[in-house]
Design a protein around this ligand. Structure first.
Ligand code: 0GY
Length: 289
């Protein structure tokens, strides 16, 4: 068996920042356990097991109350590991599924009952084989009531994706702000392009997340804080936050999750902003019913 990647910090610190009551880690994943929930034959990386028990222990350690689990590419369109995690969460987890666009209405309804409230469209070629955009659009027109679409793309295709994003008939959440270059500061070309996208629709949300992936200057990720804080300040009702644990396929940098949580106070410095980012906004998207 190929060696499995351990992509998470073994002993994350306890953060200094204390999340508000009800706080939601709205971008995290589960891997396996593989013996029960094998990885997809198309997986581009093979991680070690990081199941629900580990995720919920981290949630408690970091001071969060709930999770939104996002289907990771290594599990393809088989959402069963995530659904099992949600089922054992005591109502404290909801999910974002990856589906075959040909999925039936009955299967979508079953996902709704299992706690899913969105589908994810992933455009990263290093993670997934390409799905035609019109197939994504077709499924986005058939989603259960109240669902939205989560999109993961990199900044170099933002302009090219504009028409596609315009055509999505439900709210949109963008993973990691579409991975802009944060090293140029808040006025850098890719940060500005992302702001222009936010101006096109009032129901586009974003995750000001993943300093470990976006800021090559490393922990404490000062460039990320400088570029992203003004964005959160200008769009406090349109952002949600997550750890990204277990940091899929991260090999060079294993971020300390406690330090990631401490970034919250730098990008959302007031109690009101923190409540929007961690409670009100993700609740509206994932716990409306
Ligand atoms: C993330 C980021 C990544 C991976 C995945 O589904 C995935 O495998 O999302 C990545 O490699 O950048 O948000 O988890």
């Amino acid at each position: 068996m190929a060696e499995r990647i351990v992509s998470w910090h073994q002993a994350p610190s306890r953060p200094r920042f204390v999340p508000p009551p009800g706080a939601i880690d709205a971008h995290c994943h589960v891997f396996g356990p593989e013996a029960q929930y094998p990885f997809s034959a198309k997986a581009k990386y093979l991680p070690a097991d990081a199941g629900a028990d580990m995720l919920f222990a981290l949630r408690d350690h970091l001071g969060f109350a709930r999770n939104v689990i996002v289907q990771a590419s290594c599990h393809g369109t088989d959402n069963s590991a995530m659904l099992a995690a949600i089922a054992q969460s005591d109502g404290k987890a909801r999910g974002v599924a990856v589906v075959d666009p040909a999925i039936s209405e009955a299967e979508l309804e079953a996902l709704h009952l299992g706690g899913i409230r969105a589908v994810r469209f992933n455009f990263l070629k290093r993670l997934v084989d390409e799905t035609p955009r019109d197939r994504f659009l077709e499924v986005s027109r058939r989603l259960p009531k109240g669902w939205h679409v989560v999109i993961y793309f990199e900044a170099d295709i933002l302009e090219e994706l504009r028409a596609f994003i315009d055509a999505i008939p439900v709210p949109v959440v963008i993973d990691h702000m579409g991975r802009p270059d944060v090293t140029q500061g808040p006025a850098g070309a890719e940060m500005v392009a992302f702001r222009r996208l936010l101006e096109t629709r009032a129901d586009i949300h974003f995750k000001p997340t993943c300093p470990d992936r976006l800021d090559p200057s490393g922990d404490p990720w000062d460039k990320f804080a400088a570029a992203v804080a003004p964005l959160v300040a200008d769009y406090p009702d349109r952002c949600i936050w997550g750890t990204d644990w277990p940091h899929p396929n991260q090999q060079a940098v294993l971020p300390d999750d406690g330090h990631l949580v401490d970034m919250i106070a730098r990008i959302a410095p007031t109690a009101d902003m923190q409540r929007s980012l961690l409670v009100t906004n993700p609740e509206r998207l994932y716990w409306a019913d």
